[in-house]
Design a protein around this ligand. Structure first.
Ligand code: TYD
Ligand code: ZN
Length: 433
């Protein structure tokens, strides 16, 4: 099995850029060996050896893609995924807003069709279902696909790839009692892919699948963590093995261009500390959207002006990470000496990178709280800190590692703060609130 050019099975390290195949990749930072970010441990697994993989970030001077060089097989990463999108109000609100925007923008109605790649528990598609629109999700984690299906949101427990999309457009999955398949390829109006293109090893397979599935008048809406924020806000904890690629608008443009699609609109949203949201249509689309280029061109010009296309822009990251490490460790170690208790708030994938790279373990952190039931009663990868539900004993400090939900969590934990409890927020720079 070969996921893309430059990848070979016995060596999981890429030699060439995942988007453009350039072999002149430039090193940005190396975060050593870390465990897989979502590989939470059960009590029985604590004494067993954990798999660790190198975490090295590189920059492609040709297409500007930032990527890690290790490709962990997707089967190891997603088969029993712990992440449940509906836990966060911010995520739900964001999903509702973009669904409504798409319904307005494309004038979707009962005969429209919407697909989401990586549809999780159906948190986004449910907004379309409520409006009577045909939906289908692709979700490789069985527990989440089952949950979505049980709520009436049609979800395939499959990877979204050329083979599966081929079957889809031929109508092989259609329930003949519900939908009529008349030999015309079954295509869709909207395809959402939120935080997917950062994750997939079969990058070209997914983008080609989008092209195959999209109607000529359709739009693909791609959301992915923005590389500009990764660098400018030192969000280094977003670097972990599930995140293979970190995009600029330009690298995303180039990727879709290789598959006959063009960016017609782009914006930055506040999700996850800075998200790039880009809209793509088929290049030979009969429905031209020329006015939208007015938004794309200045966005790309601004990236260029800010240095996003130059290696030098990325090279300061290592110094910023080291400063962050020294600020955070000085603070927590001093509070520990004074006898204060510190718990982590949010068992995020990000926390695996931060805790392991900074060497913060159960000697410093007493426990981790997380509202996701599947994560509770497990232990953090590499650092072995117990994970419990919020609402029990409270520490003197919460180290907020779900900092991307800062506003939502601070509001939720107002009572803790009223009693004198403090939050330590390490990113983008140390802040105690
Ligand atoms: P998130 O930062 O989105 O993801 P990643 O794992 O990609 O770094 O994860 C947020 C985590 O925080 C998730 O496990 C749910 C948890 N959480 C709470 O426990 N309470 C909350 O109020 C919110 C918003 C999130
Ligand atoms: Zn490249």
């Amino acid at each position: 099995m070969c996921f893309h050019r430059g990848f070979c099975e016995d060596k999981l390290v890429i030699l060439k850029c995942r988007v453009c195949n350039c072999s002149d990749l430039k090193s940005i930072v190396s975060l050593g060996f870390t465990p897989l970010a979502n590989a939470l441990l059960t009590k029985e697994q604590l004494d067993k050896p954990e798999e660790k993989y190198p975490l090295d970030l590189v920059f492609c001077p040709n297409c500007t893609l930032v990527q890690i060089v290790e490709t962990v097989p997707p089967e190891k990463l997603f088969s029993d995924y712990f992440y449940v999108s509906s836990i966060s109000k911010t995520t739900l609100e964001n999903a509702k807003k973009i669904s409504n925007e798409m319904i307005d923008r494309l004038k979707l109605n009962e005969s429209s069709r919407v697909v989401e790649i990586g549809s999780n528990d159906g948190y986004l598609l449910k907004n379309y279902v409520e409006k009577g629109i045909w939906v289908c999700g692709y979700e490789p984690a069985k527990n989440l696909a089952d949950e979505a299906n049980s709520k009436g949101i049609r979800t395939f427990n499959q990877f979204f790839n050329v083979e599966n999309v081929n079957r889809f457009v031929k109508g092989e999955y259609l329930d003949r009692r519900e939908e009529s398949y008349n030999g015309v390829e079954f295509k869709v109006d909207v395809i959402h892919a939120n935080n997917v293109l950062a994750h997939v090893a079969d990058l070209h397979g997914v983008v080609e699948g989008i092209r195959m599935m999209l109607k000529p008048e359709g739009l693909a809406v791609i959301e992915t963590h923005y590389v500009k924020d990764l660098i400018n806000s030192t969000q280094f904890d977003c670097i972990y093995h599930e995140h293979l690629c970190y995009y600029s608008a330009l690298s995303l443009c180039k990727l879709f261009q290789m598959h006959g699609m063009e960016m017609v609109d782009v914006e930055r949203t506040e999700m996850h500390g800075g998200t790039l949201r880009a809209f793509f249509q088929l290049k030979d689309s009969s429905v031209a959207r020329p006015a939208s280029y007015e938004k794309v061109r200045p966005f790309l010009e601004d990236e260029q002006k800010k240095g996003v296309y130059n290696l030098q822009h990325y090279q300061s990251m290592i110094w910023n990470i080291e400063r962050m490490r020294s600020d955070l460790l000085s603070f927590v170690n001093y509070e520990k000496i004074k006898g204060k208790s510190i718990a982590v708030y949010g068992c995020t994938a990000k926390s695996t990178t931060l805790l392991n790279y900074f060497g913060i373990n159960k000697d410093v952190i007493d426990w981790v709280v997380d509202a996701t039931p599947n994560k509770q009663n497990h232990y953090t990868p590499g650092t072995h800190i117990p994970i419990i539900a919020p609402g029990g004993e409270e520490p003197d400090f919460y180290l907020l590692l779900a900092w991307n939900f800062k506003d939502e969590i601070l509001k939720k934990e107002q009572a803790f703060r009223d009693k004198g409890g403090k939050f330590i927020i390490p990113i983008p720079r140390l802040e105690i609130v």
